[in-house]
Design a protein around this ligand. Sequence first.
Ligand SMILES: Cc1cc2nc3c(=O)[nH]c(=O)nc-3n(C[C@H](O)[C@H](O)[C@H](O)COP(=O)(O)O)c2cc1C
Length: 154
Amino acid sequence: MNITVLYGTESGNAETVADDIIEEFDGQFEVTGLDMGDAAAVDLDPASIYLVVCSTHGEGGLPASAVPFAEMLDEEKPDLSGIRYAMFGLGDSSYEIYSRGSERIDERLAALGAVRVGEYGRHDAGDGSLPNEPALAWSRETLPVLAQLSEVAS
Ligand SMILES: Cc1cc2nc3c(=O)[nH]c(=O)nc-3n(C[C@H](O)[C@H](O)[C@H](O)COP(=O)(O)O)c2cc1C
């Protein structure tokens, strides 16, 4: 089973989360990381399952690396039916608009036919904590759900 950890980041936290998730599952699965800033429509493939990690910047906006990805989805409107993904949002509730960045990606993926599976994970940096441990706990819970669906579908 192929797993892609697709991350959108501005200051690097989502990338370190992706690295930790890759390390966690490496050896068990074929697992690769993909920065949203480098992702093309052809990289969204129903043969892979997606763990999506995305932060929020600006005023509830997308982080820098997710901006071209969102633009690509809006312009090319790829058919994402058959794609299953789980979502983990990074944010900070001391900002007025909390954790909307990941939701902006979630809404686009769903509108193009992809299906979100499992709990919508979140990390709130408002208490000064880092997202890595909660994101790892989320991935351990979520991956078996995605993997089971993947086996049923194949
Ligand atoms: C300049 C700046 C603006 C931010 N704006 C928001 C925001 O509007 N809403 C929110 O929930 N979090 C906001 N955050 C918090 C980030 O989403 C959080 O720190 C996250 O862990 C950053 O992940 P990244 O390093 O992968 O971009 C902001 C952080 C910074 C530094």
